[in-house]
Design a protein around this ligand. Structure first.
Ligand code: HEC
Length: 306
C-alpha cells in the first residue's frame, strides 16, 4: 500500500515537472487549422472565409444570416419578367435571377421554369470594381436592386468580394447540358470518401435527403440534375449548415470536376439505392447536419475548417 502511494506521488511530481519543462517540445501549444505559416496567412484565410460566405449569401442570404427578415411580396424587379412563376422570398435570391452558373439568361436558367430573361453577373463581375459591385446592391445605378434595407453592409461587402474573386467559369468545366468536361471519377471517389461521407452524406451520398421523403434528392440527384448548383454548393458550402467549403479549403477546379464526375455515378433516387441500403452509408446516418443543436440552427454562416 505504502509502495503504491510512493510510486503515485513520484509519478505525479514527474508529470508536473515534465509538463513545466515544456512537455513534448515539438507539439504546438495551440491547435490551429490551417496553421499560419507566414505573414499574411491570416488575412488570406480571412478573405477565403469572406468569399465563401459571399457565395452562401448569393445562394440564400436569409439562411446565411441570423439577423435578417424575409421580405414580404416579390422582388421589385420581378414584374419585369413573366416566365418564372415563383413568388415571395425565392424572387430575392441572387441565384434565382442570375443563375447557379452566374450566366443568367445565357446559361442554364435560359430555359425551363427558372427562366427570367435577366442577364448574368459573370461578365459584369470581371469588369466592375468591388466598390461598383457593392453599389449595385445598394441601388446604384438600379434603384430597384437595393438590398441595403434587407442585409447589413458587411453582407453586401462579402457578396461583392465573392463576385469579384469567387466566381468560376463553369463553361470551362461542364458543357451546356452539364456534362463534365473530363473529370476523373477515381480521384473524385477519393475526394468524396475523404470529405463528404463520414457523419454526413454517407458512402452513397444518400444519407441526407434534401427533398421530400417520397421524392428524395441526394448528392447524386443534384450532381446529375443541376451540376452548376452542385459546384456552387461544394465551393461555398450549404447555408445554415456546417458543410465545409472548397473555397476555404482551397480545392482546385480539377478537384471540383473530379468530384462532380464521381458524384454523377451515385444514386439519383430511392430506386437506385439498392444494396447500399445495407451499409451505414445508406440511409439513416444523417444526424449531424440537420440536428437542432445550436442557437439559430438552420441559419447562419457555418462551414467548418475540418
Ligand atoms: C429579381 C431578380 C434579381 C435578383 C434577385 C438579383 N438581381 Fe442582380 N440584377 C437584376 C437585374 C434585372 C439587373 C440589371 C441587369 C441589366 O443591367 O440588364 C441586375 C444587375 C446585377 C449586377 C450588375 C450586372 C451588370 O451587368 O451590370 C450585379 C453584379 C448583380 N445584379 C448582382 C446581384 C446579387 C449579388 C444579387 C443578390 C444579392 C442579385 N443581383 C439579385 C436582377 C436581379
Amino acid at each position: 500500500m505504502k509502495r503504491i502511494l510512493v510510486i503515485s506521488i513520484i509519478t505525479i511530481i514527474g508529470t508536473v515537472a515534465w509538463s513545466q519543462m515544456g512537455g513534448m517540445r515539438n507539439m504546438p501549444d495551440r491547435q490551429i487549422y490551417p496553421p499560419p505559416s507566414g505573414p499574411g496567412d491570416d488575412e488570406m484565410l480571412n478573405e477565403l472565409i469572406r468569399i465563401s460566405r459571399g457565395g452562401q449569401l448569393y445562394d440564400n442570404w436569409w439562411k446565411t444570416t441570423v439577423d435578417t427578415e424575409k421580405p414580404k411580396g416579390d422582388h421589385p424587379l420581378w414584374k419585369k419578367q413573366a416566365t418564372n412563376k415563383r413568388n415571395g422570398y425565392d424572387t430575392f435570391r441572387c441565384k434565382e435571377c442570375h443563375g447557379w452558373d452566374y450566366r443568367g439568361k445565357d446559361g442554364a436558367y435560359g430555359k425551363g421554369s427558372h427562366r427570367t430573361g435577366f442577364k448574368g453577373v459573370y461578365e459584369a463581375a470581371g469588369k466592375m470594381s468591388i466598390e461598383e459591385l457593392e453599389k449595385i446592391n445598394k441601388g446604384v445605378p438600379l434603384k430597384e436592386h437595393d438590398y441595403s434595407k434587407l442585409v447589413r453592409d458587411t453582407d453586401i461587402a462579402d457578396l461583392a468580394i465573392f463576385l469579384k474573386k469567387g466566381l468560376i467559369d463553369t463553361t470551362s468545366l461542364v458543357n451546356d447540358n452539364g456534362v463534365p468536361k473530363g473529370g476523373n471519377t477515381r480521384t473524385g471517389s477519393y475526394i468524396f470518401r475523404r470529405n463528404c461521407t463520414q457523419m454526413c452524406h454517407g458512402m452513397a451520398g444518400t444519407a441526407i435527403n434534401f427533398g421530400e421523403p417520397d421524392k428524395p434528392e441526394f448528392v447524386g440527384t443534384i450532381a446529375n440534375e443541376n451540376p452548376w448548383e452542385f459546384m456552387h454548393k461544394v465551393r461555398a458550402g450549404q447555408p445554415g449548415t456546417t458543410m465545409p467549403s472548397a473555397i476555404i479549403n482551397e480545392w482546385s477546379e480539377k478537384d471540383i470536376i473530379d468530384l462532380l464526375a464521381f458524384a454523377r455515378t451515385l444514386p439519383k433516387d430511392a430506386s437506385e439505392i439498392g444494396w447500399w441500403r445495407g451499409f451505414w452509408g445508406g440511409m439513416g446516418h444523417h444526424r449531424k447536419m440537420h440536428e437542432d443543436y445550436r442557437p439559430g440552427s438552420g441559419r447562419g454562416f457555418g462551414p467548418s475548417l475540418e
